[in-house]
Ligand binder design. Structure first.
Ligand code: SAM
Length: 280
């Protein structure tokens, strides 16, 4: 396999900077640069695009994104130990890599980015779902990003792309598939990482649709879906009792059987129900 750049191999970078992996920061590193370049390619054409990366660590995916031609990468990393290694990458790609030290949950990256913007990350597992939900529920749609290319534990990836009728189908599937096209594009075994995590992983690619697939108020839809899946074993007429008066009539008006459970309801029907609930 050919080298993707002329920087040292990641094992050497980790040894030189003493980057022993810390579990508390969700550190499972990707050391195969051909694999990180492959993940970067899943993010689409990067040449005229700024890329937001969360958790660059020693910089494997960062190097993949830059070697695949990203116009600029803005990388947010909580672990200060990684900064010298990332500075070496910034020197190799002048003006193309900006690193911010800090917690991605507290930092607004938008002032440092120019559209079009894509997000790509091998996410720290402890904050991955929270970041995804934030990116999927912005104040206005379309969002600031064109696409999200994100590594998750396989089980979380399956919840994002799950279809009605399956155990994995829930709030994450509805939130994701209402306004994006979401696909699993790569599966990775534990031994792709150093140290290997206990479970398999998968990369999910979500493309923002210009408009939602079905009309609904985002806040009402979110409330209805959260209530429905919070008590997913209950019939909807019981699970949604506190959501609106006459909920049984509204379920019927939305074309949903009040005795159905949340798991059986397609996104289109949840949107119809949100419209009925919004009538007040
Ligand atoms: N991107 C690297 C790779 O693929 O090898 C590292 C991935 S590792 C799974 C997750 C990275 O996220 C670590 O570098 C960790 O320090 C960083 N991290 C953890 N929590 C974070 C947070 N709240 N904000 C920003 N970075 C965080």
């Amino acid at each position: 396999m050919s080298a993707i750049d002329d920087l040292p191999p990641l094992r050497a970078v980790i040894a030189a900077h003493g980057l022993s992996a810390r579990k508390s920061l969700g550190q499972n590193f990707l050391l195969d640069l051909n694999l990180t370049a492959k993940i970067a390619r899943q993010a689409g054409n990067l040449s005229d695009t700024d890329v937001l990366e969360i958790g660059p660590g020693p910089g494997g995916l960062t190097r993949g994104l830059l070697s695949e031609g990203a116009r600029k990468v803005l990388a947010i990393e909580k672990d200060a130990r990684c900064l010298p290694a990332l500075a070496e990458i910034a020197d190799r790609y002048p003006g193309q890599l900006q690193v911010i030290e800090g917690d991605a949950l507290d930092i607004d990256p938008l002032e440092h980015l120019t559209p079009p913007i894509r997000v790509a990350a091998n996410l720290p597992y402890n904050v991955g779902t929270e970041l995804l939900v934030r990116w999927l529920t912005p104040p206005t749609w379309p969002p600031f990003w064109q696409s999200l290319t994100l590594m998750f534990q396989r089980e979380v990836a399956e919840r994002i792309v799950a279809q009605p009728g399956s155990k994995a189908y829930g709030r994450l599937a509805v939130l994701s598939q209402w306004r994006t096209d979401a696909r699993i594009v790569l599966s990775l075994p534990p031994d792709a990482f150093t140290p290997p995590p206990k479970v398999s992983s998968a990369v999910v690619h979500l493309t923002a649709l210009p408009a939602p697939k079905f009309d609904a108020d985002p806040a009402v839809l979110s409330r209805v879906v959260a209530a429905a899946f919070n008590q997913r074993r209950k019939m909807l007429r019981a699970a949604l009792k506190g959501t609106a008066p006459d909920i049984e009539d509204r379920l019927i008006a939305a074309g949903i059987k009040p005795t159905d459970r949340a798991e059986q309801v397609p996104i289109e029907a949840f949107c119809a129900l949100a419209r009925e609930v919004a009538k007040g």
